[in-house]
Structure formats: C-alpha cells, structure tokens
Design a protein around this ligand. Sequence first.
Ligand code: SF4
Ligand code: SF4
Ligand code: SF4
Length: 284
Amino acid sequence: MTDRKKTSEPGIIRLREKGKVAVRGKIPAGVMTAPQMAAVARIAEEFGDGTVGLTTRLNIEIPGIDRRDAGAVAERLREAGIEPGSTGAALRSVVACKGTVCRHGCCDTQGIARAIEEQYGGCVLPWKLKIAVTGCPNNCARVQSNDIGIMGRRFPAFGAGECNGCGACETVCREGAVRVVDGEARYTEEACAGCGDCIAVCPTEAIGVAAEGLRFSIGGRSGRVVRDGVEADGLAGEEEGAAVVGRLLDYFRENARPGERLGDLMERAGVEEVFAAAGMRPRR
Ligand code: SF4
Ligand code: SF4
Ligand code: SF4
C-alpha cells in the first residue's frame, strides 16, 4: 500500500531574501470557505508581508515570513483546516477544473480530486507526482501534461428517441461528428470527442448516453521537459479511477529512482509495464 508518511517540513519554501520563507497551503480542488480565506488573510498580515499568492496547482502561498515563524504559520493554517504541503518528493496537490459545477462537466472533478487527496494526499514518493482532473475534452486542467491525467468523457447514443431534425446537435458539435441529413441526425463515432454536449441540447431526448467515465493519461509532465502522457484505452468509473491512482502510486514508489518522474520510469520500464501496473491498456 502507498506510504502515507508526510515529508518532513511540507509547504515551506525558501525565498530569495535571506531568512525569509513562503508557506504553501493545500487547497483541495481549489475551493476555500470564506472563513478559511479570512484566516489566511489574517495570517498573511500577522506573519507575512500582507500578500497571498495563488499557485498554478490551486494552492495558496504566504510569502515574506521569517524562517523562525514558519512552524507557527503552518500550525495556524492547520487550525483553519488548511494543510501545509505540495512541495518536495511527494504527491502534489491534485488539480481539478470546475467540472463539478460547469455546464460542460462530465464528472465530479472536485469530488474526485478531494477523494484522491483524502486517500493519498502528501504521500512520500521517490520524486514529485502531479495529478489533474478535468471535466470534459475542453481540458481546462491540461491533464496530458501531468504524471496522471484524468478526463471526464460522455459519448452519445443516437436513436434513443424521436429525432425531429432540429439540428441543435450539429450546431453544438465542434468536431463535426454529427450532421443532419434528410431531417435526421447522422453520427460519426470516430470523429466524436465524447464531450456530451449534443446530449444536453437535444430537445427530444433522442440522444442517450452510450458510455461515460474517466479517460486516463499517464506519464505527462511540463517544466524544463515537456511531454504528453499516453492515453489509456476505455473509461474507468469514479471508484475504479481512485483504485487506478492507488496502483500507480504504489508502482511509482516501488520502482522509480530518486528524481525520476513517472514518464521517465515509463520510458525505462516500457509503456506496457506501467499500464499493466495500473490495470489498464494504452490506447493505440
Ligand atoms: S474542462 Fe470542461 S468541465 Fe472543466 S471547466 Fe473546462 S469546460 Fe468546464
Ligand atoms: S459528444 Fe460532443 S463531440 Fe461527440 S457528437 Fe456529441 S457534441 Fe459532438
Ligand atoms: S438535437 Fe436531437 S432532435 Fe435535434 S437533430 Fe439532433 S438528435 Fe435530432
């Protein structure tokens, strides 16, 4: 099972100015309560320079803190329900797009991110590992550039009811995967991105759901080296998705060399081995 031990001083980041640090607080799925925001503002005024930064992984960062106050700041964040972390060789904060509330969302992105955080958040690994969850092919969370990317997909089943030829599905489909011919919708599966938008706009419920779930990509990264992850075949349910993440974290912890990202390990060990460890197959 994944080692849930935490890094020694999670969330404390040295700054350019000698003796000063920033303290990073993890914000699961990037959603804070108003009292948490007020608590962070008070901490920033009391210990920092009165500013609060937001990171690309949806965390907060309070800069300008005296190194000797870092422990007290971390404790104050914990009192507000915010865990310091997302630094060093560990599972970094799971990024989620707004798919839970977004009209395009095909899955509960924030719920999935929170569930992963609750089960594995901050676990110690040979090196950093980044996960992002996005709700639809619009891909606002850019999942392919994460070690583990998770994308919600919903594929249509045409012919589930009476089609009146209104053309709403053709208008909404950016892929050109549906055309109205002779007053009836014609669907091209190979062109479909699985966004589910046609299902939502159909006024007669003529379009059902053929399949929906999570499409994984593995081994992506950004930074000095940029690499897209390899897409998995098929779709996982939300529960199965959490199990896939657990298996990949276990495999990474047991097999990666210090400083090696999951994609580097995949290059060394082979795509087939990593996907087998995840319990999936790569998409061809
Ligand atoms: S990826 Fe899709 S579901 Fe997520 S915020 Fe963007 S449009 Fe909405
Ligand atoms: S699911 Fe999206 S891409 Fe596929 S046919 Fe419908 S609108 Fe087009
Ligand atoms: S939106 Fe529905 S009713 Fe309108 S053309 Fe498409 S399938 Fe037919």
